[in-house]
Design a binder for this molecule. Structure first.
Ligand SMILES: [Ca+2]
Length: 198
């Protein structure tokens, strides 16, 4: 009986390990040129957002995505990558159409925080609707953020005119974006955006 238990424990260990090995797909790691031709970003007139590649602080590949911003009260900004955006070359390194979305239940990324407060992370779904999750940047340095799809809520404050408005997360997801929400100046870095099964 003792032997049987040991063997079954080993088998389930290998089963879990092999599932984990194939447990994610990297959508984007922000390699290559990062500017207005390859990143869809901007801000309201009263605020500032600069986007750049950072080679000194990174987690996947040779560089990360760096956001340097000043957010004034009443202002807003966005920094997006993916498909169907105004910037046609802001696409991920992985084609969204080749991802088996039904095999994954979470999206995540590496975030280099700086105690900047609240940062929104949105995903835009197949119906053009934005779904939001709020991150609390109460840390310094790299942290892996993993968000189950079930934790996203359709944005109530704003949606693109083309959004279907069904308040349901429809796959495939076609883009993502970050938006610092706390007034003030900040620097953030992002890398290694992945979908995963958790
Ligand atoms: Ca990278």
């Amino acid at each position: 009986m003792g032997v049987v238990l040991v063997v079954s424990g080993v088998l389930s260990y290998y089963f879990i390990a092999s599932r984990r090995a194939a447990g994610f797909v990297t959508l984007d790691s922000f390699e290559g040129r990062l500017d207005h031709k390859t990143v869809d970003y901007g801000s309201s007139d009263n605020s500032l957002l600069a986007v750049d590649a950072a080679q000194d602080i990174k987690m996947c590949g040779a560089q990360s995505l760096k956001l340097q911003y000043t957010l004034e009260a009443g202002g807003y900004m966005w920094c997006a990558r993916g498909y169907g955006l105004d910037v046609l070359n802001a696409v991920w390194e992985k084609d969204f159409q080749t991802i088996p979305w039904d095999q994954y239940n979470a999206i995540g990324f590496q975030m280099y925080g700086n105690q900047t407060g609240t940062v929104a992370f949105d995903i835009k779904d197949a119906g053009g609707e934005l779904h939001r999750y709020l991150i609390q940047d109460d840390f310094s340095g790299w942290k892996e953020i993993v968000i189950p799809f079930s934790q996203f809520k359709a944005r109530e404050d704003w949606q693109p005119q083309s959004a279907d408005g069904n308040k349901k997360l429809d796959f495939p997801v076609k883009s993502f974006q970050w938006e610092p929400k706390s007034v003030g100046q900040g620097v953030l870095y992002f890398d290694c955006v992945r979908v995963s099964r958790i």
